[in-house]
Write a protein that binds this ligand. Structure first.
Ligand code: HEM
Length: 453
């Protein structure tokens, strides 16, 4: 289809997807950009292009290593304690409620803590400036008709939109910018061992790092799904020449990344998993048994024990992401004229991977509408055709936060299911209505009951 003069091609053929994401990567390095992203969002790795993207990805890869994530695990557990306390009240009252709202608050707390170095309790203190600004950040998307206009006539609309005054945007950016700069100034005054071990600190540590890695180590998604636990890419590959250090604007941009890349997707994954467990009580029972066994063996969950000790939880999450992939489509832009399986693709074309369609194709997934975690046993995964399951994308530009995203979802479900079970109630919407504004999400929340165990 066309938007103005720009051609979009939607593909769901696995071999063609492989060519775009992996084999022809040098022609398809970038996602589609509207040209409208402004600082600090534009400085986040999601929107960087070509050489600078490669340099920044290379530096950031170390901030997402299993060792670093292990250091962040207690911060996530801390935020989870607040969530547990809020859910306890619902369990005691026996009332039905929208758990998506609770997950929204929880994700805000995690982002504040892990990315912005600030502690908040958004459920209890919704008036906190951080919480307010996050809400406004998500409510401030570009109206659809304007977006179509921008994509159709970028040469006129982009410069226009950039210079038009936008008080709300400027105020939001300045709030987050100031917040991060203040935290960084404070860290500079602290001794190394006093500094909080959060993502912001990992990025600050990595910014001058010589231990950056080359493009051949970028595909973390493949490493994760081949079940490497302690593999640190920077240990496996020869470090490259250090790239240009991250500027202060770029550090701020990476903290923003959490808001735009992680927040909504993690919230939605948790909501979908909760809905599926409540509506599939047999699967939930089996999972509860696994959780109890895990807790008997492990006092405090660590990154590595979480990777190995909860195989059924892995299967439940994988099947949740198959049925409801929050990033249900993503794009690459053709940098030059090229050919894909005999089809000519002109330079500038945007190729869109139709992940939602792929995950519901009965040729790859028999009875695609059924929730069946057995599709993800090790054996079933070995037999599956490659490039038919893409919740995190694939290739060198695939999700950089896959380990962190899975860690957050697993750790949260582990904590919740240790204390509660999910139950459907008359208010539960079955089947779940969906909405696909930015990420795929439940349209009307997820109403359930929680019962103490
Ligand atoms: C369940 C959770 C998550 C899912 C399903 C998910 C999914 C995705 C998908 C589909 C993409 C596009 C991949 C492509 O273009 O091939 C992506 C990119 C990305 N994600 Fe995630 N994501 C998750 C969590 C996170 C988290 C928590 C972070 C960390 C902040 C994160 C950081 C990123 C980054 C940085 C990119 C862009 C990488 C680049 O351009 O080099 N993601 N993610």
């Amino acid at each position: 289809y066309y938007l103005g003069r720009r051609m979009f091609i939607v593909i769901s053929e696995p071999d063609m997807i492989k060519q775009v994401l992996v084999e022809n990567f040098s022609s398809f390095t970038n996602r589609m950009a509207t040209g409208l992203e402004c600082k600090p969002v534009a400085d986040s790795i999601l929107f960087l292009r070509d050489k600078r993207w490669e340099e920044v990805r290379s530096v950031l890869t170390s901030a997402f290593s299993p060792e670093k994530l292990n250091e962040m695990t207690p911060l996530i557990s801390q935020a989870c304690d607040l969530l547990l306390a809020h859910l306890k009240r619902y369990a005691e009252s026996g009332d039905a409620f929208d758990i998506q709202r609770c997950y929204n608050c929880y994700s805000t707390d995690v982002v504040a803590s892990v990315a912005f170095g600030t502690r908040v309790d958004s459920q209890k203190a919704p008036e906190d400036p951080f919480v307010q600004h996050c809400r406004r950040f998500f409510a401030s998307s570009i109206p659809k008709p304007l977006l179509v206009l921008i994509l159709s006539f970028p040469s006129i609309m982009v410069p226009l939109a950039r210079i038009l005054p936008n008080k709300k945007r400027d105020e939001l950016n300045s709030f987050f910018n100031k917040l991060i700069r203040n935290v960084i100034a404070l860290r500079d005054q602290q001794a190394a061992e006093e500094r909080r071990r959060d993502f912001l600190q990992m990025v600050l540590d990595a910014r001058h790092s010589a231990a950056s890695v080359g493009v051949e180590s970028f595909d973390i998604v493949t490493q994760v799904f081949s079940h490497e636990c302690s593999a640190n890419p920077s240990e496996k590959h020869q470090p490259r020449h250090p790239s240009k250090p991250l500027t202060m604007d770029e550090v701020v941009g990476q903290a923003f990344l959490f808001l735009i890349a992680g927040y909504e997707i993690v919230t939605n994954t948790l909501s979908f998993a909760t809905y599926l467990l409540a509506t599939n009580p047999d699967c939930q029972e089996r999972l509860l048994r696994e959780v109890d066994q895990f807790n008997e063996k492990n006092m405090a969950p660590e990154y590595c024990s979480l990777q190995e000790g909860l195989p059924y939880l892995d299967m439940v999450i994988a099947e949740t992401l198959r049925m409801y992939p929050p990033a249900f489509r993503f794009t690459r832009e053709a940098a030059q004229d090229c050919e894909l399986l005999g089809q000519r693709i002109p330079a500038g074309t945007v190729v869109e991977m139709a992940v939602g369609a792929l995950h519901h194709d009965p040729e790859h997934w028999p009875r695609p509408e059924a929730f069946d975690p057995e599709r993800f046993t090790a054996e079933a995964q070995r037999c599956r055709r490659p490039f038919t399951y893409l919740p995190f994308g694939a290739g060198p530009r695939s999700c950089l936060g896959v380990r962190l995203g899975l860690l957050e979802v697993k750790l949260t479900l582990l904590h919740l299911l240790s204390k509660f079970r999910f139950e459907v109630c008359p208010e539960t919407q079955v089947p779940l209505q969906l909405e696909s504004k930015s990420a795929l999400s439940p349209k009307n929340g997820v109403y359930i009951k929680v019962v103490s165990r």
